[in-house]
Design a protein around this ligand. Sequence first.
Ligand SMILES: [Zn+2]
Length: 242
Amino acid sequence: MRALRETIRALVILSVVAVVGLVGWGYIRNHPQDAPWTELDLAQAPGMFTGRKLAGLTQDFGKCRALLDQAGVRYAVMPARDGEHCGYADRVRLQPGGASAIRFRPAELRTSCPVAAALAMWDWNMLQPAAEAHFGSKVTRIIHLGSYSCRRMYGRDSGAWSEHATADAVDVAGFVLADGREVSVLRDWKGKGEKAAFLHQVRDGACELFSTVLSPDYNAAHRDHLHLDQAERGQMGGRACR
Ligand SMILES: [Zn+2]
């Protein structure tokens, strides 16, 4: 009797494991971006590990370029720049006309490849749907304050070097819509209007794609821009979203 109970118990546990396994396998098949071991595809909707995979591209410029090519993003490779604390080997200039129609103001934006890849995904998956929902319009330009800058964090004389020192960050000050309207982080972050709702929504969306996202909610130094970077903190490393 006891042996029979044990056998039934074992069978029940096995069946539960099998069902959970099958459901999990089916889920990952339909949501490959939610598994840590699947290949990144910029054209897929972001999943749980997309942000970490994007930051991981810092180690592999060739793969990052291949992913941009595969997704139809147009870009030009910029010459490398050497330095003790500053410089880059993976800087690209995003160009409109491919899969991403987004332009920039000022017109030139040169960032590390992982930042560029995340910007393309931000455009497709967050900026355009959010602009459609809040304004019934499209985002045509990202207003930015630049990427590369050889400096330490907060421009201090000592301490950690900024991700800007390797072009692995971009500061976004606002957006221009197809109907000519502008959304400004400095002017529109606060309040209950559509512009504030849009800005908070795209900030939250950026947190899925960038390792670090700092907004006016974080501190006064970020009152006029969203700081987005791809600092590498490993597969299970922490991510900052403030
Ligand atoms: Zn910044």
